[in-house]
Design a protein around this ligand. Structure first.
Ligand SMILES: Nc1nc2c(c(=O)[nH]1)N[C@H]1C(S)=C(S)[C@@H](COP(=O)(O)O)O[C@H]1N2
Ligand SMILES: [Mo]
Length: 406
């Protein structure tokens, strides 16, 4: 296609609509692909280094996708007139426009999610996902069944074309309906695993039983009175389970937790010793920088402050580095941040052991910062002098992880 033609005056409305339509189709294909990469957990595993770059591109192209729609707006009246007698085409048009506008609006909120309350960004993410899974398969179906090669497949082009007769028993129509059905089925098949994965974040019951049963076989300690329901519990929202490696398998026998580096008393605990440490309960919110949040989560664990006091940190230490049993993920806090009262080395959620996919048996919780600070499968804390740059920070996430309180 020739992009310049979109802007020239010589075209009539019909031709312009076709050009806008093509521009839109290309832009949304790129958005669908980049969006899918951002959603995909395999992408998180295999290409973490370009994740932030893909997100930036998705955002920019998202803004560009506004242009064809803005150009279209003045022509909409005329377009609708041409569709006066074609109800299906009109419904199609309204549907497509609704999907596009919903995606763009929720996308803008997500782009600036650090400036809006978390409740709004969580809703925007749900809406963005919903519009994606309800809209994108349809948009693809629409593009395929309206494309030239599909039409050629239905009705091979011949020299002397006769006008189509609109009758149900016309073989061309039957063939078209059949091919449309097949196309629809193929698209649904391709999309269903992702849609199912998305639905599972909201309906954990959909998870196959074998995966719900937690592989982590640690002994459940006695929860504090206000940790388990009915006093504890009551969190709102769902976790999306993230990992950048295979989830590490840990067992009670070989589990080790250590605090070392610039401390006077290097500490090392096995599971029994770790459960002897005095635990607190806190209810806090959990914010992921991609826009989702879980509210009022009841965690029970050892305040980090307490562990650091036991280890007796030396004057030289300026940063606290956290290691994961996955062997790859790390992050850091300054000593001052690490000493905040609500930073917790958590062992229980709602009075039960934290599940493996949720980062158990032991994970860090830093409620006032985005959750990329909350290292899962935490097994080592090292006190250091020079700043360490964490896993995601190295790959483009902001070193300022504070959640704005506005
Ligand atoms: N070891 C490890 N810790 C991690 C991550 C990870 O991939 N690996 N992801 C971080 C991010 S970005 C978030 S949002 C939370 C997600 O926690 P959840 O998987 O329990 O929902 O864990 C954080 N801690
Ligand atoms: Mo995150």
């Amino acid at each position: 296609m020739n992009w310049r033609l979109i802007f020239t005056k010589k075209l009539n409305v019909g031709q312009r609509l076709v050009r806008l339509h093509h521009a839109n189709a290309i832009i949304f294909t790129v958005l669908a692909i980049t969006g899918f990469l951002l959603f995909s957990s395999s992408f998180r595993l295999v290409f973490p280094a370009i994740r932030v770059w893909v997100r930036e591109s998705h955002v920019w192209i998202g803004f560009i996708s506004l242009l064809p729609i803005l150009f279209y707006m003045p022509k909409m009246q005329k377009h609708l007139k041409t569709l006066r007698k074609r109800k299906n085409h009109r419904i199609n048009l309204y549907y497509v426009l609704t999907v596009l506008c919903t995606l763009i609006l929720s996308g803008v909120v997500l782009t600036y999610h650090r400036h809006v309350p978390p409740l709004i960004s969580s809703s925007a993410l749900v809406i963005h996902d919903l519009a994606t899974w309800l809209g994108v398969p349809y948009l693809i179906y629409h593009s395929v069944t309206r494309s030239k090669w599909f039409k050629r497949l239905v009705k091979p082009v011949k020299k002397e074309e006769k006008p189509l007769v609109v009758e149900d028993h016309n073989p061309i129509y039957r063939r078209r309906t059949f091919l449309q059905l097949i196309t629809g089925l193929i698209i649904m098949l391709v999309f269903s695993p992702s849609i199912l994965k998305w639905l599972r974040t909201y309906f954990p019951e959909l998870e196959p039983k074998s995966r719900v049963a937690d592989a982590n076989q640690f002994r459940n300690p006695q929860p504090a009175g206000d940790s388990a329901p009915p006093i504890g519990g009551g969190r709102r929202g769902e976790f999306r389970y993230y990992t950048v490696t295979e989830m590490p398998t840990q067992s009670e026998e070989n589990w080790q937790f250590s605090i070392d580096g610039l401390v006077n008393n290097t500490q090392s605990y096995d599971w029994d010793q770790f459960l002897q440490l005095k635990r607190d309960v806190q209810v806090s919110n959990f914010y992921c920088v991609t826009g989702w949040s879980v509210y009022d989560v009841t965690w029970e664990g050892i305040p980090l402050k307490k562990l650091l006091e036991d280890a007796n940190v030396t004057k030289q230490a300026r940063f606290v580095k956290f290691y994961s049993a996955d062997g790859v993920y790390t992050d850091t806090l300054t000593i001052e941040q690490a000493m905040m009262d609500d930073v917790m080395v958590a062992v229980l959620i709602d009075g039960e052991l934290i599940s493996k996919k949720n980062g158990g048996p032991v994970r860090l919780i830093v409620p006032e910062m985005y959750a990329y600070k909350s290292v899962k499968w935490l097994n080592r804390i090292e006190l250091i002098e020079e700043e360490h740059v964490g896993y995601w920070e190295k790959r483009g996430y902001s070193t300022d992880a504070w959640v704005s309180k506005s």
